[in-house]
Design a protein around this ligand. Structure first.
Ligand SMILES: [Zn+2]
Length: 718
């Protein structure tokens, strides 16, 4: 009898193990979902990814050009061939093309810079004369002659250091290195300090030979490769500069260019470190004030001013040009209005093998696999949208205009936005998301095998972030392991979804030693040589994206974890409080109340999570609960935008005003407080408390509503 009992127990437990729950699914539906996922995971294929990428990167395809439209049409034709409903969506955006970029050293020697990326004989793509000359988009045209000052990364604190040295940047040309902030921020800060012009260069310490072998012997930036890129003040508002807040249709109302507030005013251009070397070598004045200012060129850097004197002449051709998004819709059959959205841009500065077309290829292959499931008779419960945005490089334009056009619907119905961009440049998995999605992402990548090691993607991710722990534990990843998911600032197409509308968003990639960002060398040859020679990481990313989509399209209860979100907000508030006390002798802000509120939210969300998992175990589900769960992220938006940048509505995250890419937590409070503007910071703190009150109420209502709705169980989905 005893033996039989233990045998029964073993069977019971192994059945439990086999059942393998999926967060957000009842036991029965998890089983159905597993079968669906198994079908899906067998489809994505590296060879297809390679073929798409070859085609996508055949020609330079800057936004607004006929080649960019051709890429959009190629994407469209693929989806149509697979039997999916796909269309082009046209907008008209204000896009500058460079006509002339001339930089010459006048003193102490005379020297004309080449400003062209050279060709390499084994890389046919490097010969293409149609590649746009290196430039910074949204720089004005201009003509400046001035002495040069080296300003390190061009952050506000770098200019403070220069001031301490008694160096005035007024009327000078600032020489700044890439990195540490978005290049548009560099332009804005240089302008604020009275610079007459700006030259941005790639230092070898950041993505050149100090990091590893350079092209063509390795993946890093050679001395003549130049980083193009936009200077748009996308931390004020992204998208078409002339249509802030509304869609840039052909005949839309438009601002005059001088009315737009997201374009810089001083001539700015990028150069290589081969050229920057000649300028830096010709700077006298004091040594750099700190070692962190010293880059990787083989001499001590000085800040100037002069004797290096530069003449800069820029001529830009500003026009309103057509851009084309590709939108694919797979209609849901149970909740057709609800939308699970995947997006990636397709325009590139030149070829864009990594940025963005590794992602384009990934999304295409995910789409092909979904089309296959449809052919097998499956239909999603919620609608799936696959989007390929245009003109992201100029300022997230294709996605922003689409979001602005569909703001009301997205606010009601967008379940999640999954952003892909520069999906593969190596093997290191990274994720950024709102905190409610941290656990979800980890759960997904526990299902996926890392091609190079045979571990799961999750295990390899954890191992990379915790190398010592991994060794100490005898090369075992503990069951309780969790990894760090980053937050979303800006610099890619999730911006309008998250910061303007409050759609829970995430972004994932496989990163590596990617030294050719925005250069002509970001091409197929580079990908085949270093980024992903077997295209297995493309295939793997297609699987990860597909699983993410399938879980959100099918979940019984949407797998958002607001307890973790609330906890993260508590931590953000504590660390803001701490950093302010470190910076200022006295801080007239009291965080006690707001931290209490965030803790109350955590309690409410904890009990909501418990109720959800109890009900899921009993097979009970609720679609009204899903609506409420989705809406919590929207409640974190303010009806009014952030101070000085109305377009940004999210109150937990925004791109930092002085970082641009990096996320700034609790920006409404943090940014005025860091400037010592206590009155505004106090107002914003009270405003944030009110938002938390609403969120607490909503979380409690969600829990109560679910309890009472479940006196009778609903039908399970098919
Ligand atoms: Zn990109």
């Amino acid at each position: 009898m005893k033996r039989l009992l233990s045998l029964l127990l073993i069977i019971y437990y192994s059945a439990l193990l086999n059942a393998q729950p999926i967060t957000g699914f009842t036991e029965k539906n998890a089983e159905i979902q597993r079968a669906l996922e198994k079908q899906f995971l067998a489809i994505p294929n590296a060879l297809n990814n390679k073929r798409y990428l070859l085609k996508l990167t055949e020609e330079p395809h800057i936004a607004g050009s006929p080649q960019s439209k051709a890429v959009a049409e190629y994407i469209l034709s693929k989806y149509r061939a697979w039997g999916l409903d796909a269309k082009l969506v046209e907008y008209w955006a204000y896009l500058p093309y460079p006509q002339l970029v001339k930089i010459a050293l006048l003193e102490p020697d005379t020297l004309k810079f080449k400003l062209q990326e050279p060709s390499w004989r084994f890389d046919k793509d490097s010969y293409d004369k149609r590649a746009v000359m290196p430039f910074n988009a949204y720089s004005p045209s201009g003509n400046v002659t001035a002495q040069v000052v080296y300003v390190n990364r061009g952050l506000p604190e770098d200019y403070e250091k220069l001031e301490e040295l008694g160096i005035d940047i007024g009327g000078k040309i600032a020489l700044v290195r890439y990195g540490g902030s978005f290049r548009g921020v560099k332009a804005q800060v240089a302008e604020e300090h009275g610079a007459a012009g700006l030259i941005i260069y790639s230092d070898p310490a950041d993505d050149g030979y100090m990091r590893g072998d350079i092209y063509p012997y390795g993946p890093l930036r050679p001395s003549q490769a130049i980083q193009r890129g936009s200077l748009q003040y996308l931390f004020k508002y992204p998208g078409d500069p002339l249509t802030p807040g509304w869609a840039a249709h052909k005949n839309a109302r438009r601002l005059k260019p001088e009315e737009a507030t997201n374009m810089p005013h001083i001539p700015t251009a990028p150069i290589s470190y081969g050229e920057a070397r000649r300028i830096l070598q010709s700077l006298a004045g004091p040594e750099v004030p700190e070692n962190s200012w010293q880059g990787g060129l083989p001499f001590r850097y000085h800040v100037g001013p002069g004797p290096a004197k530069i003449h800069m002449q820029l001529k830009m051709d500003y026009k309103i040009r057509p851009i084309y998004d590709v939108l694919v819709t797979i209609p849901g059959i149970e909740e057709p209005a609800k939308k699970v959205i995947v997006g990636n841009h397709h325009d590139a500065w030149v070829y864009g093998a990594v940025d963005p077309n590794s992602g384009t290829s990934v999304v295409l292959e995910t789409g092909r696999a979904l089309a296959q499931l449809l052919k097998n008779g499956w239909h999603p419960k919620r609608t799936i949208i696959l989007a390929h945005w245009d003109a992201e490089e100029y300022g997230l334009i294709g996605s922003t205009e689409w979001v602005e056009e569909h703001r009301e619907d997205l606010s009601q119905n967008a379940v999640i936005y999954i952003n892909i961009d520069a999906a593969v440049s190596g093997q290191n998995f990274n994720a950024n998301a709102v905190p409610s999605l941290d656990k979800f992402i980890q759960e997904v990548v526990k299902e996926i095998t890392d091609p190079a090691t045979g571990m799961t993607v999750f295990e390899r991710w954890w191992k990379r972030l915790n190398p010592r722990e991994y060794k100490r534990l005898g090369k075992v990843v503990p069951d309780t392991a969790s990894t760090k998911v980053g937050r979303l600032g800006s610099g890619s197409d999730y911006t309008a979804f998250l910061h303007h509308v409050g759609v829970p968003s995430l972004m994932m990639n496989f990163g590596g030693r990617y030294g050719v960002y925005h250069s002509i060398l970001d091409n197929f040859f580079w990908m085949k040589s270093w980024g992903d020679p077997t295209f297995k990481y493309h295939e793997t990313m297609s699987k990860i994206v597909g699983l993410t989509v399938l879980r959100f399209a099918q979940a019984d209860i949407l797998p958002f974890d607001y307890a973790h979100y609330a906890d993260t907000v508590v931590r953000h508030l504590n660390s803001l409080n701490k950093s302010l006390h470190k910076k200022f002798l006295s801080v007239p802000l009291d965080f006690t109340k707001v931290i209490n509120k965030a803790q109350l939210w955590k309690q409410a969300a904890d009990s909501l999570n418990q109720i959800i998992s109890k009900n899921l175990m009993r097979g009970q589900i609720s679609s009204t609960l899903n609506d409420r769960l989705m809406q919590i992220e929207r409640t974190l938006l303010g009806a009014r935008g952030l101070p000085g940048r109305e377009w940004f509505k999210h109150r937990v995250y925004a791109p930092g005003f002085y970082t641009g890419y990096a996320a700034k937590p609790i920006p409404g409070v943090a940014e005025p407080a860091e400037q010592g503007n206590w009155r505004l910071a106090q107002q914003e703190l009270e405003y944030f408390e009110k938002i938390l009150e609403k969120v607490i109420q909503q979380t409690r209502e969600a829990a109560r509503g679910f309890k009472s709705a479940n006196s009778q169980p609903k039908n399970q989905n098919k």
